[in-house]
Design a protein around this ligand. Sequence first.
Ligand code: AHM
Ligand code: MG
Length: 334
Amino acid sequence: MNYRKTRLETLEEFIIKRQNRFPGATGEFSQLLRDIGLAAKIIAREVSKAGFNHILGSYGQENVHGESIQKLDKFADAQLISALNRSDITAMVISEENDEAVQMGNPSGKYIVYLDPLDGSSNIDINVSIGSIFSIYMRQSGESELPDVREALQRGTRQVAAGYVLYGSSTTLVYTTGLGVSMFTLDPSIGEFILAEETIEMPDLGHIYSVNEGYYNAWPPGLKQYVKYCQEEVPDDGRPYSARYIGAMVADVHRTLMKGGIFMYPRSEKYPRGKLRLMYECNPLSLVIEQAGGKATDGKRRILDIEPESLHQRTPIFIGSKQNVDRVCSHLQD
Ligand code: AHM
Ligand code: MG
């Protein structure tokens, strides 16, 4: 009998293959990525049962931003932190769900991990896409003491890896270590993430814009102008563009990565510094988008160059295909 050579590559195999490219690698970083993959599978399993496993609805508490905590947010937070605690690699975790940094009790741990355990929590109860976002930094000081929070305040350019897991019509894991962006799909029948695309390159220009238009009146004038530009009837130029807004940044940015276009969350009167969080939403997604050939700015500065001042700081963001981001920036500067 002849067997056709179709080779499925699992996330584990892919991580080890990449690790082998670096002769001195200790394998610790690979272990960290595999631990995140494990937590993602457990969260995906729970998300897929949401509705009958009593995990929907509010936890009856508010998080540090005054938002109602969903049970699934708490579950995802606990799963990710305990997966990262399986080994002594991670020294500190900063999560959207915890005001303070979580010390893992590993003074020898080399890495600091930021998490948005479940982005888009308002989508949980309505069976719309949500996701977990992660961002990984190396400690800068010696490893004899537990890290100081100041060690965690590093620019986005210093991320050694970043990515997300999207719990959508399928569960997708996307990550980068600065060598391009790779995507995996969870095959629930065998419980493995399988390589779907080794290197994602996004279009330079896309025909979709994504922004919460309910806040139109609070937008800066440049953004109003840009959205008007997107809506103009210029068929030769592919306009009007389509509008799409899922309400979970991770899902909106994933669509932008795959199809091109732009996702925007500007500053407003309600959120004078923007709504989205620099360290565990904007930086990791900006690294992914840049690694796929796109761009991300706060309207003036590259997101990855912003010097962080606090763990939970917010920023406006314009992220997506190069040409779309350049155009909105030129309107904002007008
Ligand atoms: P969350 O992490 O608490 O779910 O909040 C962040 C979310 C983003 O995912 C999304 O893009 C944004 O908030 C939506 O905000 P708005 O409802 O103001 O459009
Ligand atoms: Mg979020």
